[in-house]
Design a protein around this ligand. Structure first.
Ligand code: BTN
Length: 221
């Protein structure tokens, strides 16, 4: 269902799931007035970009932690179907970025949230993609220059397909911003006072975790 405006499509999709909406139900708004990003951030949501939330049933088939990664993979595949030349990458776990001579710029993001209902446990997958404009935020952003109306059905199809397929680390790595041996820096959000850690990217683990090599050995993030 496509609506003109709402506060957040994730909030509406959660209500849909609570009220018994089946797996695969989705809602998209032309703009959001209180779009939400990860880590409690705001998601600026002007008209022209994509704001879509899909209700996904949780099954035992795959670890829950793979759902955000699958959603990112589906989004990259959908964008490439529409515009094959776009070099959209996934910055673990599910940031969608473009990398070129201007550096790494954010083109979209995904916010997955759990919701319980009488029908079982669901995850709401919320996707925001800069199709028409790049909002000015505290990091470089990029607009993909895509027709949101053409992208929407392809994205839903790719999401459903990806959710049904089994976890595929290789395919995720194909679109990963990080390649084996790349230097990466991170902070522990639960203990930011510990500062920045460094290591090199090794791979993605079975649960979708980031495996890094550090001076103290292999760590999983
Ligand atoms: C991020 O911080 O990178 C994730 C952004 C997720 C934004 C999308 S837009 C559709 C859905 N509704 C929301 O309020 N947030 C998600």
């Amino acid at each position: 269902m496509i609506i003109e405006e709402c506060e957040s499509t994730n909030d509406l999709a959660k209500k849909m799931a609570e009220n018994g909406a089946p797996h695969g139900s989705w809602i998209s708004a032309l703009r959001q007035t209180m779009g939400r990003g990860r880590l409690g951030r705001k998601w600026l949501s002007d008209q022209g970009n994509l704001y879509l939330s899909l209700v996904a049933r949780v099954t035992d088939q795959d670890p829950l932690t793979w759902i955000p990664l699958k959603a990112a993979l589906a989004t990259v595949q959908a964008v490439k179907k529409l515009k094959s030349g776009v070099d959209l990458k996934i910055k673990w776990p599910n940031d969608l970025v473009i990398v070129d001579s201007e550096g790494v710029r954010k083109a979209g993001g995904i916010l997955c949230e759990g919701v319980g209902s009488r029908g079982g446990t669901f995850i709401v997958i919320g996707i925001g993609l800069n199709c028409k404009s790049a909002p000015q935020i505290d990091q470089p952003t990029f607009s993909l220059d895509l027709d949101v109306n053409l992208l929407r059905p392809i994205l839903v199809e790719e999401l459903l397909r990806e959710l049904e397929s089994s976890t595929n680390q290789e395919r995720y790595l194909e679109y990963s911003l990080f390649s084996r041996g790349d230097s990466i820096e991170w902070t522990d959000l639960r203990a930011p006072e510990k500062g920045t850690f460094t290591g090199t990217f090794e791979s993605i683990g079975k649960l979708g975790e980031l495996l890094v090599n550090t001076s103290e050995g292999r760590k999983s993030l």
